[in-house]
Design a binder for this molecule. Structure first.
Ligand code: SF4
Length: 182
């Protein structure tokens, strides 16, 4: 009887501890930027005071893959560059996530040539696609928040458990002022 009574308390404690762990993980994503072209400037803008990525706990950009858990690929990837990107991905610690930022990283963009990778998801799991050419910082922030929501909901899982990446697509942000002709 005593053991049966103790079980709900145990599971309650485990649930609460998991919630705290998930909350701390999602509030401290450390991005590894892999910026090769124009999208990189929007990535940099996201970290500035105007967009203030620090509000979401993801502003600590790391240039060492072993200290990062969120790879943001911004810009086109040439075939020659691909082994470097793959090595960086492999060197990152688990659990880790990948954002493909912009048309070039996700599809090759307008660079439909033999020298440019036509989508990084052919070579690594991609969790979130951020559309645009280039995407605005708000769209990238929405992509990061999508990953945070999934960590909140599903907890922390290794890439091997998550399979080939989540493959979410973020809706492009609308510039209301332009859309309304203001
Ligand atoms: S998607 Fe557009 S802005 Fe981004 S790297 Fe390609 S050409 Fe440049």
């Amino acid at each position: 009887m005593g053991l049966e009574a103790a079980l709900p308390v145990d599971s309650f404690l485990t649930t609460q501890i998991n919630k705290v762990i998930n909350w701390s993980r999602r509030s401290a994503l450390w991005p590894m930027p892999f910026a090769t072209a124009c999208c990189g400037f929007e990535l940099m803008a996201t970290a500035t005071s105007r967009y203030d990525l620090a509000r979401f706990g993801a502003e600590v950009f790391r240039f060492s893959p072993r200290q990062a858990d969120l790879l943001i690929v911004a810009g086109r990837i040439s075939i020659k560059m691909l082994p470097v990107l793959q090595r960086i991905y492999l060197q990152m610690t688990e659990p880790k996530w990948v954002i493909s930022m912009g048309a070039c990283a996700s599809t090759g963009g307008v660079f439909d040539t033999y020298a440019v990778v036509q989508g990084i998801d052919q070579f690594m799991p991609v969790d979130v696609y951020v559309p645009g050419c280039p995407p605005r910082p708000e769209t990238l922030i929405e992509g990061i928040m999508s990953i945070q929501r999934i960590i909140d909901r599903e907890g922390i899982k290794d890439t091997s458990e998550r399979g080939k990446g989540m493959g979410l697509v973020v809706q492009p942000t609308v510039q209301l002022g332009i859309a309304n002709g203001e």
